[in-house]
Design a protein around this ligand. Sequence first.
Ligand code: HDE
Length: 690
Amino acid sequence: MATKTKKSGSGGETHQIAADRTEVLTTNQGIAVSDNQNSLRAGARGPTLLEDFVLREKIFHFDHERIPERIVHARGTGAHGFFEATDDISDLSRAALFTKGEKTEVFVRFSTVAGGAGSVDTPRDVRGFAVKFYTREGNWDLVGNNIPVFFIQDAIKFPDLIHSVKMEADRAYPQAGSAHDTFWDFASLMPETTHMLFWAMSDRTLPRSLRMMEGFGIHTFLLVNAAGNASFVKFHWKPKLGIQSTIWDEALKLQAADNDYHRRDLFEAIDTGDFPEWELGIQVFDQAFADAQPYDVLDPTKLIPEGDVPVRIIGRMVLDRNVDNFFAETEQVAFCPGNIVPGIDFSNDPLLQGRLFSYLDTQKSRLGTANFHQIPVNAPRCPMANFQRDGMMQMAAPKGRANYEPNSLAAHGEEGGPRECPARGFATSTAPTGPDETGDKLRVRSELFADHYSQARMFLASQTESEQAHIASSFVFELSKVGLLDQVPGRMVANLRNVDEAFAKRVADGLGIPLPPKAPAAREPVEIAPSDALSIQKNMKDTLQGRAIGVLIADGTDAAELSTLIGAIEKAKAKAVIVAPKVGGAILSDGKVQKADGQLAGTPSQIFDAVAVVLSEEGCAALMNEGAAVEWVMNAFGHLKAIGASDAAKPLLDKAGIEPDDGITALDDGFVPAAAKRFYAREPGLRTLA
Ligand code: HDE
């Protein structure tokens, strides 16, 4: 080996040797391992020797493979992509990433909030939507959620909120869910949670796919232009595939079918080139608008209705690359709302202000070092230079003596290091920050923060009848899981009376409790006009793109009928997933074997957006006694999905209790358009909703 090495000094030789050995298993010190099956022992039946450095190093490293999971948002999944600015907003912001046509690399992590890293993907929960933009002026982290408001108004309540919603302290359950005593105890004592509770109890917390949910920056931020003028801004992500949610019964069954439903969906979409895409929108407004509203724009439990300030689209984000390594990238990515670039600034939202401390702090605890910014997924893509030095796991080896500033080392012919740059640097804006910054030092909130109900009422009034029924039923379900604290459901309903009397009565009736006296409101609610933008059902896209259709076949299935159907599904840019009693497949009418993508017993219909049952008489007869086949059809019907069926499949549909409606079609041209919809009108005939 040495003979092949170019003699360019000892350093060059070292690298050459290392490169030659990439095929050889080595220890972390680069020493070749001769046997990776047996540890070193004194005789075949003797004790293992302490001197076995190969064994010791391997076990030592394994013992330390885990880092603390995130205290919230522990379960998540991430992907790489890019952001492209599509509109010129230089009048509003000087940020380079918003220059029309500019493309910026991004890393996105989606998450649930309450569950641990090993919990499931589909509980009723808020979803995190965190985006790291590696801009040419440094990293900007927009760390948002899929809901535009939050539970609390002040960072000081965050530990209480999270303690109450996570598994209970003594019994360590429930995992990943809010349907338990301590959460509702806290929520019912904190009327400021009311607006967010309505969102949380809606189908927003049951997204069909991470690719089909909206994202929000939640807080009011500032955009600052080159002249230093600031405007208020709210950030929105709008999914290209439209918003789509599941329903509660479906979400429960999804947990049984596939714990990894969302991460699998995202990974597979990117892997097959069906890249998820969102538009970035902004709502921009000024101080005069802010002053005229019946709510405070610094209050994170309030949104700005889109009817008052329309969302202007300024860019698009595409996720086009899966991670190479989950731990190195998704687990080690460190988002900090404090990472901001010139042209964007913080508002005085008291929740945001608290976050600016928390995220930097938590990274030290999770990643173990102040040098976490050197981990590749966190490192800026633009040059960085400063006088920060040393610390655990320092990977850089800065040369020279310049580790302080000011210095005059350059005058001595040495490297003096970087200098501040007022023209390019981040400068906190002088613009609207509120009138009270010179006031007394007080632990108080601004007056309008006391209105806890007006926007909850607006949200409820913006929903379809079916959505309102889902929200009422979720309140009933969750409060029915409150066990020992029997004062809690009544206290919650007493708060709900401030939002809507009929709704509160509905929840009380669903719980079978008397309507309690109305809770006194800290501030009387006002009427705010409903907004269609707040409803999922009013905004769903009739599209099959990005969706999956389950196609049930058995021996004897008509080959031509099947191939026409698959062609139509694929033409609509959806995935046809063949399901058969055996994964080896079924023998079709033409005698050929059609392999299945999933075995019936392990591929229930809840994982699909619509189903087709393509059976011959013989195949249907065989499936009539198959519980999984009857459930397959029954659940698709119960989850309000379209069912396309061949004539011969009718007995199976009858056995599953399927009643004809617009969603039950033949396998003709009617199926694909129906499959793009959900049939909410079917629901009242199927289950009792509150
Ligand atoms: Fe977070 N939050 N949060 N949060 N949050 C974290 O940071 C915190 C809040 C959000 O995929 C933690 O790195 C405080 C609002 C997302 O890695 C921690 C407060 C919103 C993620 C933390 C809030 C969020 C986090 C845990 C109240 C929506 C996951 C691990 C002042 C706008 C990011 C970590 C990822 C993660 C603190 C409130 C979104 C502990 C103190 C409001 C999407 O720092």
